[in-house]
Design a protein around this ligand. Structure first.
Ligand SMILES: [Zn+2]
Length: 139
């Protein structure tokens, strides 16, 4: 990693509070470094500039792939995926009472949950362990 890329990554990690912009997984809890992700994928013309970059976990990054929008399961409407740089996570998502499920508060939130499989069985089981240990959900 070049010096300037390292600095950019460090700056974005601070902005993202070392959490995945989508599922909120904390780097220190998973032990797996978060990746620099393109909010608008490069394949869809997204730039390498800071405004288009955020941190995400590998799972979310893989699931997101080249997607920029998805269907809201409630309204059937196609909407833009959540943008962790310009939108507030708490406006679009919430944690279930037990802290293991992400619920959508908006069409954007619901569509992103489905598109990125934010509540896959393994993720939910993993979060249950983090909750028990007192590391989840992040405040
Ligand atoms: Zn994630």
């Amino acid at each position: 990693m070049s010096q300037s890329l390292r600095k950019l990554r460090a700056r974005i990690a601070t902005q993202a509070r070392h959490r995945c912009g989508y599922c909120q997984t904390q780097e220190v809890v998973s032990g797996i470094p978060l990746t620099l992700e393109h909010i608008i994928p490069k394949a869809a013309g997204g730039s390498d500039e800071e405004w288009n970059l955020w941190l995400s976990c590998r799972l979310c990054n893989e699931e997101k792939g080249v997607l920029t929008e998805a269907v809201d399961p409630e309204s059937g409407e196609t909407v833009a995926l959540f943008n962790p740089r310009t939108q507030e996570w708490k406006e679009h998502f919430a944690w279930s009472e037990d802290g293991t499920y992400i619920t959508g508060r908006t069409a954007c939130g619901r569509a992103t949950i489905v598109a990125l499989s934010l509540n896959s069985e393994l993720r939910v089981r993993s979060r249950a362990i983090w909750v028990e240990a007192g590391y989840h959900p992040p405040e």
